[in-house]
Design a protein around this ligand. Structure first.
Ligand code: GLP
Length: 237
């Protein structure tokens, strides 16, 4: 059986990216230029480019000139960072679209993480986070009420929640992180533009004050081709 044309083309283009013939940040040639170079029609060229986009090797968006992406961005846990700070550290543009902000009674599992009583009022915030306009992560944060209430007069679509809270005097100091893998739910899949059941990196995090009081519990789900996590450590003293 012969390999389909679009697959052979995506292999060739993938090699160009890996070999550095198409360096990071460079513009991918137009569909017309690729048709001409390979002497083929637009169909397989489009399919091959869609494959590279799905693999996050090039940036996406119909009608926009694709760019060769940097390798998967790593988020360091050596310093405590918000999503916005992480994006900025990689010279990428952070974005957010709010799905829901609500005041609600704490479910038991969240109450345990926040060190409060089940049913106490908390504020939950659900947002889609983007890196350079690409849907990257679904964020679900639960804030203790004294912190979360500061978000009622903040436009959570406008930028960094942590920046707003710090400016309001909230002592967001440390993070406890647990990373594992989960399958995308139907909700995850719709918002992240991926197939239901595809793997996601889940980061669960408790954010505490400098005195150790839990202020936020968050569950974030990242597309694994767009994020990785890096940890530095040394031998025990
Ligand atoms: C990361 C954290 C979340 C936190 C968010 C705030 O995503 N895992 O716990 O809520 O950063 O991000 P920003 O300050 O960019 O709104």
């Amino acid at each position: 059986m012969t390999t389909p044309l679009h697959q052979r083309l995506s292999e060739e283009l993938r090699d160009r990216i890996r070999n550095g013939d198409w360096p990071e940040g460079s513009a991918v040639p137009s569909e017309a230029a690729l048709c001409q170079e390979f002497g083929i029609s637009r169909g397989p060229v489009r399919q091959a480019l869609a494959t590279l986009r799905a693999e996050a090797l090039i940036t996406g968006g119909r009608g926009r000139q694709p760019i060769v992406r940097a390798s998967t961005p790593a988020q360091s846990f050596s310093t405590f960072m918000s999503f916005t700070e992480w994006a900025q550290s990689m010279k990428m543009r952070p974005g957010q679209k709010t799905l829901e902000v609500s005041r609600r009674p704490a479910p038991s599992d969240v109450a345990v993480k926040l060190g409060i009583t089940e049913g106490d009022s908390i504020v939950s915030v659900s947002r889609l986070r983007l890196l350079d306009d690409e849907p990257t992560m679904l964020e679900l944060s639960y804030f203790v009420l004294e912190v979360g209430r500061l978000l009622f007069d903040f436009d959570t679509d406008s930028g960094s929640i942590f920046h707003h809270l710090r400016n309001s005097g909230v002592d967001l100091y440390s993070g406890h992180h647990v990373i594992d893998a989960v399958a995308a739910s139907n909700h995850d899949a719709q918002h992240l533009g991926i197939d239901e059941g595809s793997p996601l990196l889940r980061e669960r995090r408790i954010t505490s004050s400098s005195t150790g009081q839990p202020l936020e519990y968050a569950e974030d789900r990242y597309r694994p081709e767009l994020a990785s996590f890096a940890v530095d450590n040394t031998l025990p003293q």
